[in-house]
Design a protein around this ligand. Structure first.
Ligand SMILES: *[C@@H]1O[C@H](CO)[C@@H](O)[C@H](O)[C@H]1NC(C)=O
Ligand SMILES: *[C@@H]1O[C@H](CO)[C@@H](O)[C@H](O)[C@H]1NC(C)=O
Ligand SMILES: *[C@@H]1O[C@H](CO)[C@@H](O)[C@H](O)[C@H]1NC(C)=O
Ligand SMILES: *[C@@H]1O[C@H](CO)[C@@H](O)[C@H](O)[C@H]1NC(C)=O
Ligand SMILES: *[C@@H]1O[C@H](CO)[C@@H](O)[C@H](O)[C@H]1NC(C)=O
Length: 467
């Protein structure tokens, strides 16, 4: 039960119980030396539902790369070239969380070049427009469906293949080597790995596996610079109750009774029983809509949400429709025959596309990823650890605790960071080249709530500028 069961749901209306068995397996990954040239990806020039006339105004390629024994594992990716100068800009391997959530979510609802429109006609194919704050304006992104079984990724020999954390990180590293062998036009670009939510475990493991291959001298050479993670799950027990008190959702005496009882697991369970479902509407952003209640009263959509109304920077106001119905909308689009054809999806390779696969056969063999962050810090990789501060799922206090616990000195102390002369968050940087960035008023999947702020944060960091 536990953590990840809850974490893999993007639209979960109940308070998560961040509990679970800690299984610490610090694996060093086996190497895959074979570099068989898999079939290259294919260009996608038109997409059904894209509202603008003519071909896509950015370059998109999709394809599969086979990894593992006899390339039984077929990993699907979407490669979006940087809109600045793709021949020199960094390349990011992006992995959405879950485990089991497709990276198509990131491409069309979060930080990629496309955003779904509010539907006007529920039986028509959903339409998409350009995201003015796409992170692909400054870097190329490979949106990867990982672990296998996620999105359009599949196993040739079995419909029910169970992967685990270590194997998945090997798959990610092997994927990147083969992808690069397939794309010799990017021999000297910088590489990064990014992700959010449960990818707080996956990303550092994949980076570690890539780094291991680099140290072994595997080809092609990868100029791996670092990684970034948002509201990153790193270990099961976090600071939810402190956060709840900090937001003033409970009075001091209730918080004290929780502390007096020892602050242990049983305490937390009892405590949450009191508060469950009643303290916040939406744990991924505590000011947001309760989707279940909204459905019950048959409320209409089409108004921008609380979070957006008080922010006011963005042209792309978030509508509760996307929080509550986004998964349905994207499924309708991604399961359409014309869309799959345009994306070069292999016929019959998967049964049904779902945004987040709750029944993904996956063994979470690593739940505490802090040792991986420690290893990567020792190797000097730069990192951006960002956190939307209204998330109770993976809360900022927890992120602040583990980043600090790595034990590096602070070289740029806690301070606000600004956009248009306004404070939009707080940041500090450690001597392991790790920058922590908090985003004010944002939630679990931060770019969904504060797209402009997150884009600016990424743009500054990837360009080696101070936030
Ligand atoms: C991209 O960068 C390369 C290398 O610096 C340069 O030769 C090329 O002209 C640039 N392309 C554009 C469109 O700026
Ligand atoms: C809604 O879309 C369906 C399917 O494309 C179409 O047949 C119908 O006419 C549309 N309805 C309206 C009101 O536009
Ligand atoms: C897949 O494997 C799991 C665990 O071994 C099993 O419970 C499930 O029934 C299997 N599903 C199919 C479709 O074979
Ligand atoms: C998951 O992995 C652990 C550790 O390797 C192993 O003991 C366990 O049997 C695995 N569970 C399943 C269902 O494969
Ligand atoms: C931080 O990164 C710089 C270059 O990006 C590198 O020279 C330095 O060694 C790194 N610092 C640490 C502590 O690894």
């Amino acid at each position: 039960m536990a953590v990840a069961n809850l974490l893999r749901r993007r639209c979960c209306a109940s308070l998560p119980l961040l509990l679970g068995t800690v299984v610490l397996v610090l694996g060093f990954c086996s190497s895959h030396v074979s570099l068989a040239l898999a079939a290259a990806g294919s260009k996608v020039e038109y997409l059904p539902g894209f509202r603008h006339e003519g071909p896509l105004p950015f370059e998109l390629e999709t394809g599969y790369i086979g990894v593992g024994e006899s390339e039984d594992i077929q990993l699907f990716y979407y490669f979006v070239k940087s809109e600045s100068n793709h021949s020199v800009d960094p390349i990011v391997l992006w992995i959405s969380g879950g485990p089991g959530c497709s990276s198509l979510y990131a491409l069309t609802q979060e930080l990629g070049p496309l955003l779904f429109d509010l539907p006007k006609n529920n039986s028509a194919l959903p339409t998409l427009s350009l995201n003015p704050y796409s992170w692909t304006k400054v870097a190329s992104f490979i949106f990867l469906d990982l672990p296998v079984g996620t999105g359009f990724s599949y196993v040739k020999s079995s419909k029910n293949y169970t992967s685990n954390s270590e194997e998945t990180s090997d798959h990610g590293a092997e994927f990147l080597r083969k992808w690069l062998a397939d794309h010799p036009e990017y021999p000297s670009n910088s590489f990064y790995v990014g992700g959010d939510s449960f990818s707080g475990v996956t990303v550092p493991m994949v980076v570690n596996a890539i780094s291991y291959g680099i140290n072994l001298g595997l080809n092609p050479q990868i100029d791996l610079k670092g990684y970034f993670v948002g509201n990153a799950f790193t270990y099961p027990i976090s600071y939810i109750v402190q956060m709840i008190r900090g937001f003033g959702l409970i009075p001091d005496e209730m918080y004290k009774s929780y502390q007096e009882c020892g602050g242990n697991l049983i305490c937390l369970l009892n405590f949450l029983k009191i508060g469950q479902l009643t303290l916040v509407n939406f744990p991924q952003h505590i000011l947001e809509t309760n989707c279940i209640a909204r459905n019950e009263i048959g409320a209409s959509y089409g108004q921008s949400s609380v979070a957006k109304r008080f922010r006011g920077f963005n042209v792309h106001a978030l509508d509760p429709y996307f929080l509550c119905k986004g998964a349905q909308l994207i499924s309708q689009w991604a399961n359409d025959g014309s869309v799959q054809e345009a994306l070069h999806v292999r016929k019959g390779s998967i049964e049904e596309w779902v945004q987040c696969r709750d029944d993904l056969p996956f063994n979470r063999t690593v739940l505490d990823s802090r040792p991986y962050y420690a290893i990567l810090s020792m190797q000097g990789y730069r990192s951006l650890i960002y956190s939307g501060d209204h998330d109770l799922f993976v809360c900022s206090l927890s992120t602040e605790a583990w980043t600090k616990s790595l034990g590096y000195s602070i070289i740029d102390d806690w301070r606000p960071w600004f956009l248009n002369n306004q404070i939009v968050g707080y940041t500090r940087t450690f001597s392991n080249n790790m920058t922590y960035a908090k985003i004010k008023g944002s939630g679990h999947i931060a770019p969904v709530y504060t797209p402009l702020e997150c884009f600016i944060m990424f743009k500054r960091w990837i360009s080696y500028e101070k936030l």
